[in-house]
Every structure is written in C-alpha cells, then in structure tokens.
Design a protein around this ligand. Structure first.
Ligand code: PA5
Length: 432
C-alpha cells in the first residue's frame, strides 16, 4: 500500500497554511469529481480503473501474445504522453539489464522511436532491425505529431521492404483517435489493427488506456494486476483528507510553493524509478506550468547524483524541496560477505544486505538535507510489481488534477507546447 508521509516537512509547513490547503484541495477534488472545473471534457482518466472497454482490454492481451510470438523486437513509436507511461512501467518492472539478454526478458525487446528528431538514433535503430523480426506499435492521439510521424514513415518503409505490404500490415498496431487524424486514416486504409485513445483522456493521463497497456502487456507484464492497483488507489482517493494521500500530497506541495519553494525534486534510490520520474515530470510540468504559475519538476537518482547535484541541494539556493519515492522491498538484496584480508575495509558491513546500506544512505541524506533547510516529503511503495505501479500511476494523476486546480490552472491543456511547433513548421516550410 502506498504511504504518503509529510513528517519531515512539518517545520516548513505552517499549521494555518496546511489547514487552508486542506480546504482548498477538498474543493479541488470535488471539482474533479463533479466535473465543474476547467478542462472538464478531459476527466475520463478519473474512472478508467473501473470504467474501461473490457473487450478492447482482451484484444490488447491477444495482440500482446501475437507480438511476443512473432517478434524479437517491438518498436513503440510515440512522444510525450504517448510513450513516457509505457517507458516508466517497463523500466520499473523489467530486469535492469533486460536489453542485453533474452533470458532476462519476459517478452520481446521493447525499443522506442519518435521521441526526438535525431537522425543518428533513427538510422542506428533501422540498421539494428534489418535482420530481426519486429512489430510496431505507433501511438499518437492526435495522429499528426511530427516526431512519431517521421519515425513511423521510416520504420513502415523498412517493414514493407522486409515483409511485403500485406504481412507488414499484420505487424503494425496503431493506437490513436477513434475517428480523426492522419494516423487513423492510415490505419483504416492499410488495415492495421487499432486501439482507441478515448476522447476524454489527454496524452499525459493515458497510461491506463491502450497507449500504455499494449506495450506493457507485450513486454510480458500483467495488465490486470496493474488495473487492480489503480482501482485500489481510486478507492483510497475517495476517502476524506486524513486518509487520502493524493489530497495530502497536493496540499503539502502547494503549501511549500506558497513559502517560495519553487522546485520539486523527485528523489529515488533505485534506478527502476528513473523513468517514473520522467513520466511524473511531464505530468506535472505540462499540467501545472502555465500562466506564470507552477512548481518546476526535477529529478535525481541517488546515490549517483549525491556525487553531482548533492552539493547544490545541500548548500545552494534555498528554493527547492524533495519528494523521496522509496521502494520498501527491492526485487534483489545481495548480502555483503566477509573477506579474510579486509583490504577494502568493508568487513564492518559483512552480513548486511545492499538494501540495508541503501536505506542508511537514504536516512543520512534526509538528515543532511533537513539540516540544509530542504523540506522533504516521502512516498513509500512496497515493491516493484504491477499492482504497486497501478497504485502509483493513479495516485500521481489524481494528485496532479487536485494540485493544478488548487493552483488555479487548467491541468488538461498545453498551450505552450504549440509555440515551438509553429516556429518549426514555419522554418521547415510546412504548407498551411
Ligand atoms: O500530454 C500530452 O497531451 C502531450 O504530451 C502528448 O502526449 C504529446 O504531445 C503527443 O501527442 P500525440 O499523442 O497527439 O502524438
């Protein structure tokens, strides 16, 4: 069960501020529930854990089995909310070295494309795929985003050359809008199997739709357990403030913002949380960063980054707070053995597990950063499995909606993203 703990931030949180934020987050959550807030046409994610298309869910599982049977590699093509959730899930659930060996995987190797515009990356990927069996899951809600569209054009061409047009069509899965966009037109015309991104679910809230579910299932993970975790957290989020971690997290981060802590740093001690941090940064950055408002979301992976950014966090400008995301039971916990000669001086740790050492590093960091005037929030999760991941995804989404409404912005639009696109299209000479 996910636990939110603000006890290491109380010295920085004034009682009356938290009292005020308690009221405001309750009101914000009410607006989410009764659909009276800004962007209320995008609230489909709220009920997804219980209200999803069951027959499509079965079709996802069947497609996943077919992909695993037919292909050594699955290429997921998408950007922003159309890939970050799947990447977060896979890096959380998979063996950290799964890309190096088939025996470390439960399904095909999953590679990503269309997440940027690097020709070097794309060329290398195309070369790698030449003599391997592969499938493609192309994901774009709008069906018109430039980065994935270009990558897909290259990949489709390779696939058609390799397998012929007919066989290629059986290896391409499109996840897109029900009726609009270039990808929908292409999928219908070429006969690709397709999955729907519901109209009322925006990209960064779409991990529990086919956008996230197909790649996660194809990699061999249990999407039923993932949805059960999300269901469990949805029930928890129906509780009053004192039992509701999403409201408490939203209240504390807004209280800290109002005391001029402008940056939130997502801290993890396990590399498997690194891509969850990337997903979280998009969710919060794109939902809250508008109208001159918002908390800047950043992330570090300790202890590695204690040897780089640790100095700044301890001692630099005092405008950041940290949220430690702590995995209580790691998948593996090797024990440090005694050494006869003890030349490295580590025998004082013999008999201890790596997790114990990691935990002491974490406790030591918390003490140090508190003494450096950094408020610390903590999110504790049991273990890296599908159920806990479902809980974590829903917790962050719900807290994001509450937090953005508390801040007074529409969490479900992203007007700022259009600016670079306009300029890029002008520079590229795109016909209007
Ligand atoms: O959260 C969002 O809406 C965005 O980050 C989108 O996911 C991203 O821009 C990709 O859009 P699309 O799925 O339409 O290609």
């Amino acid at each position: 069960m996910l636990i939110f703990d603000s006890s290491q931030a109380t010295d920085f949180l004034k009682n009356d501020a938290i009292e005020m934020l308690r009221q405001q987050t309750q009101t914000a959550d009410e607006s989410l529930k009764n659909g009276s807030g800004k962007g209320n046409e995008f609230l489909g994610w709220m009920d997804l854990p219980v209200n999803f298309d069951k027959s499509e869910f079965e079709r996802i599982k069947q497609a996943a089995s077919l992909i695993a049977e037919q292909s050594e590699v699955l290429v997921v093509v998408g950007i922003g909310g159309s890939y970050l959730g799947a990447k977060a899930a896979l890096d959380f659930l998979q063996d950290p070295l799964c890309n190096l060996s088939k025996s470390k995987r439960k399904g095909p190797l999953v590679l990503f494309a269309g997440t940027q515009l690097s020709g070097t990356y794309l060329q290398s990927l195309l070369h790698y795929l030449e003599d391997r069996d592969f499938s493609i899951n192309v994901i774009s809600k709008s069906g018109t985003t430039t980065e994935p569209a270009i990558a897909f054009r290259f990949l489709r061409s390779l696939m058609e050359k390799k397998y012929g047009k007919q066989e290629a069509a059986k290896r391409i899965y499109a996840t897109t809008d029900r009726s609009k966009g270039a990808l929908r037109t292409l999928a219908d015309q070429e006969g690709y199997e397709s999955f729907i991104v519901p109209d009322n679910v925006g990209g960064r809230f779409s991990v529990l739709t086919p956008v996230g579910l197909l790649p996660i299932a194809a990699a061999g993970f249990d999407i039923t357990a993932l949805m059960q975790g999300a269901q469990s957290m949805r029930s928890t989020c129906e509780q009053p403030y004192d039992q509701n971690p999403a409201m408490q997290y939203a209240a504390c981060r807004n209280a800290l913002l109002r005391t001029n802590f402008l940056i939130e740093v997502f801290v993890s001690y396990e590399p498997c949380l690194g891509s969850i941090a990337e997903w979280w940064k998009q969710l919060y950055g794109e939902s809250e960063g508008k109208q001159g408002k918002g908390i800047f979301p950043a992330s570090v992976n300790f202890t590695a980054d204690l040897h780089s950014l640790g100095q700044y966090i301890q001692d630099g400008k005092r405008h950041l707070f940290e949220t430690f995301v702590q995995l209580q039971k790691p998948v593996h916990d090797p024990i440090i053995v005694a050494d006869d000669q003890n030349l490295d001086g580590l025998n004082y740790l013999s008999g201890k597990g790596m997790h114990y050492v990691n935990e002491q590093a974490c406790r030591g960091t918390i003490e140090a950063h508190l003494s450096g005037s950094v408020p610390i929030l903590q999110i504790k999760i049991d273990t890296a499995d599908e159920f806990n991941l479902g809980e974590l995804f829903y917790f962050y989404e719900r807290a994001c909606g509450i937090s953005a409404y508390t801040l007074g912005v529409n969490p479900f639009d992203q007007p700022g993203v259009e600016d670079y696109k306009r300029n890029m299209f002008r520079l590229l000479g795109k016909p209007v």
